[in-house]
Write a protein of this length. Structure first.
Ligand SMILES: Cc1cc2nc3c(=O)[nH]c(=O)nc-3n(C[C@H](O)[C@H](O)[C@H](O)COP(=O)(O)OP(=O)(O)OC[C@H]3O[C@@H](n4cnc5c(N)ncnc54)[C@H](O)[C@@H]3O)c2cc1C
Length: 377
């Protein structure tokens, strides 16, 4: 069986890798260079706290793959299981954390609940006015810049053909399979997997499966390098969206942070431009989480184009209308953690026709009885 994967972000390259390992003949088509969409812009958080609960089996499967990622890919992608700490500043945050921790336990996610004295002892300098925190010890981070190229190289070694600078302009379903037009010619296959990030919505709409997707960008920044002191990824339980800032320190010393409101991204360019005013909103919340950052220099800001569905869940699974067509796009700002698991599950589904990991809630068909969304340009 051969398959074309459209889009070379984390989802497409991971899927190409796992599909190739299952013996399928894979061609991955990427309009630019692999990893240059949402993936390269990611904060790199490998986080399970706060997820939609029925997504946890997929997140656990992905976390297991993160644990063996260097040997799977044959290179160091800076995965570190440093733990993920979420601080709490008010009663609303405490209630949200406690409700999530209780509900997540039967789904296999155990959170440690920390009193203020325990936070000070284990994480000195973090959350001095926090009234509590939750800690997920096996979560952490990896380097988003490395992920898609590393998966693409590993996929190529496993037999996949990776074609860059091949923008897909048209996909036709024929009796024998798919014909995919690009600026490098027409490619044909039995099966097709759409992993084109936000642009997956445009491709689904062309198959009469429109989905309500917005193109937004979380806003990120990085500081000058400092002595390496902060181990966990740090976030907050906050209902105030502006206060939802998170950060981590990379081993080279820079502190990467993001969160709060997102920027609008124009469909025509897909270029996610940062807003200096949002940085001004983020900084006081960052300093509350870690006061030592008050006098540190921010050296760069960036964002990236990410697809957000109206229910904040991705589209994943087979098409409801076209045999042989599959989707994995629209990961709503939380796809980095899921990436290896998405690639593995999609490969299993396509190669065997089934998967034990429940993904029914992410089916494209959930939108079929809704009023048609605004067209994606
Ligand atoms: C700023 C930011 C921070 C984030 N932080 C986190 C985080 O900390 N933790 C987390 O879990 N998630 C995070 N995310 C989300 C995560 O990065 C994404 O969900 C994930 O990278 C999506 O991967 P993807 O492969 O679906 O999309 P993309 O990486 O966007 O890849 C899609 C690819 O398809 C290609 N493409 C599009 N159209 C065509 C076409 N016509 N022909 C050929 N190729 C095409 C694009 O060029 C692109 O390379 C963040 C996202 C952003 C933007």
């Amino acid at each position: 069986m051969d398959i074309i994967v459209v889009g070379g972000g984390l989802m497409g390259t991971a899927a190409a890798f796992f599909l190739s390992r299952r013996g399928l003949r894979v061609t991955l088509l990427e309009r630019r260079f692999v990893g240059q969409g949402a993936t390269v812009a990611s904060f790199g958080n490998i986080r399970r706290q706060g997820r939609y609960l029925p997504q946890l089996p997929l997140a656990h499967r992905s976390r297991a793959l993160w644990g063996e990622i260097d040997s799977l890919l044959g290179e160091d992608v800076e995965f570190r299981a440093t733990g993920h700490l979420r601080l709490i500043h008010d009663q609303d945050g405490m209630e949200d954390m406690q409700a999530f921790a209780k509900a997540a336990k039967p789904w296999g996610l155990d959170l440690e609940m920390l009193e203020p004295a325990e936070i000070r002892r284990r994480f000195p300098g973090l959350g001095p006015d926090a009234i509590g925190a939750s800690f997920s010890p096996e979560d952490g981070s990896a380097n988003p810049r490395l992920m898609a190229p590393a998966f693409a190289r590993a996929a190529a070694r496993a037999g996949a053909r990776i074609v860059e600078q091949a923008e897909v302009t048209r996909i036709e379903r024929r009796a024998s399979g798919f014909a995919v037009e690009t600026c490098q010619g027409i490619f044909e296959s039995d099966q097709l997997l759409v992993t084109a990030g936000a642009w997956g919505a445009k491709m689904a709409a062309a198959f009469d499966e429109p989905v309500p997707l917005r193109l937004n960008g979380p806003q990120m920044a990085v500081t000058e390098p400092l002595p390496h002191r902060i181990l966990p990824v740090v976030g907050v339980w906050a209902r105030n969206h502006d206060a939802g800032v998170y950060f981590r320190q990379v081993e080279r010393g820079n502190v990467v942070f993001g969160g709060g409101r997102r920027v609008e991204v124009p469909w025509e360019t897909g270029f996610a431009k940062t807003d200096p005013q949002l940085l001004a909103v983020q900084l006081p919340h960052l300093v509350r989480l870690c006061p030592a950052l008050a006098h540190v220099q921010v050296i760069r800001t960036w964002s990236g184009p990410e697809g957000y569905l109206s229910d904040s869940l991705p589209v994943m699974g087979p098409s409801g209308k076209v045999p042989g067509l599959h989707y994995a796009f629209g990961f709503c700002g939380h796809g980095f953690q899921l990436g290896p698991g998405v690639g593995d599950v999609m490969a299993e589904l396509i190669a065997t026709g089934q998967t034990n990991t429940p993904i029914g809630d992410f089916s494209v068909t959930r939108f079929q009885d809704q009023p048609a969304p605004e067209p994606v340009h």
